[in-house]
Write a protein that binds this ligand. Structure first.
Ligand SMILES: [Zn+2]
Length: 263
């Protein structure tokens, strides 16, 4: 074969490898998965934490001000066990759209940026009082990065209140990690009544794409937007079986690794 053609083929192969280069996760793993749970629900303490602990997985729990006082001690234990406790604001403001049962004062469209930042600061103090640790991460209530018509993700960054923030709307895992804005990290919102297959399918896609997949659960075996506790258990079993390929860690651990690797 002509040497020039051989050289051309080698060049094409090398170029393809560069294009397909996947993010280098620790210990040669193919993908990272974060298991996150919103709203500080009782079903997290009752069902999720025991399941995670049985596998030795660390989860990330985003708490807001509505927390039953009689379970503060258990949240402290969860934090002591190495799970991450993140900030989910104090009043959980979301777009109102005339929602019944919530004062319009707490609709996100009626907020301004200083109000939400002050509120996040207050919640960090509450979490510090409960767990002894200040939260490092934040999850936008209802995945909304906008209050009063203004995107506050940059202001949140400048405030120094947290280092990382999670919003919503991921379907295939995050693959463009070099361009990832740490104050707008997408997550896969688990829908009510999802099957084990739905959840495992997402995990498989994340592994196939070599990316970062962040599960966003609400209720597990209770509460709302819930999935069956057995479904959650099946997902953990799947991830446990794939431990050679999947790195399971908290949101802050994974984001710290991503930040250090790309810099
Ligand atoms: Zn929430």
């Amino acid at each position: 074969m002509n040497r020039r053609i051989i050289l051309l083929i080698v060049l094409i192969v090398l170029t393809c490898q560069v294009i397909n280069a996947q993010f280098a996760w620790p210990d040669g793993k193919k993908a990272a998965i974060v298991l996150s749970y919103d709203d500080g629900l009782n079903s997290h303490l009752d069902n999720v934490v025991p399941q995670l602990n049985a596998f030795g997985f660390k989860g990330t729990f985003f708490l807001y001000g509505y927390l039953p006082e009689n379970r503060f001690d258990e949240w402290k234990q969860v934090s002591d066990q190495g799970h991450e406790i993140g900030n989910h604001s104090l009043f959980h403001p979301c777009k109102g759209n005339g929602k019944a049962g919530k004062s319009s004062r707490f609709y996100s469209e009626n907020y301004d940026v200083p109000s939400i930042l002050r509120e996040i600061g207050m919640m960090s103090k509450l979490i510090l009082a409960i767990t002894g640790k200040k939260p490092v991460s934040y999850a936008y209530p209802c995945g909304e990065t906008v209050v009063g018509g203004v995107d506050y993700s940059d202001s949140l960054k400048q405030s120094g209140l947290v280092k990382y923030a999670r919003n919503g709307k991921d379907t295939d895992g995050i693959t463009s990690l070099d361009n990832l804005n740490p104050y707008k990290v997408p997550a896969y919102g688990v829908k009510q009544g999802s099957s084990a297959n739905d959840l495992i399918q997402y995990a498989k896609t994340v592994v196939k794409n070599g990316g970062l997949g962040i599960f966003l659960f609400h209720g597990v075996g209770g509460d709302y937007i819930d999935v069956d506790a057995g479904v959650h258990q099946e997902l953990l079993e799947f991830i446990n079986d794939q431990q050679d390929e999947i790195w399971v860690a908290t949101f802050t651990e994974v984001m710290g690794f991503v930040q250090n690797t790309k810099n």
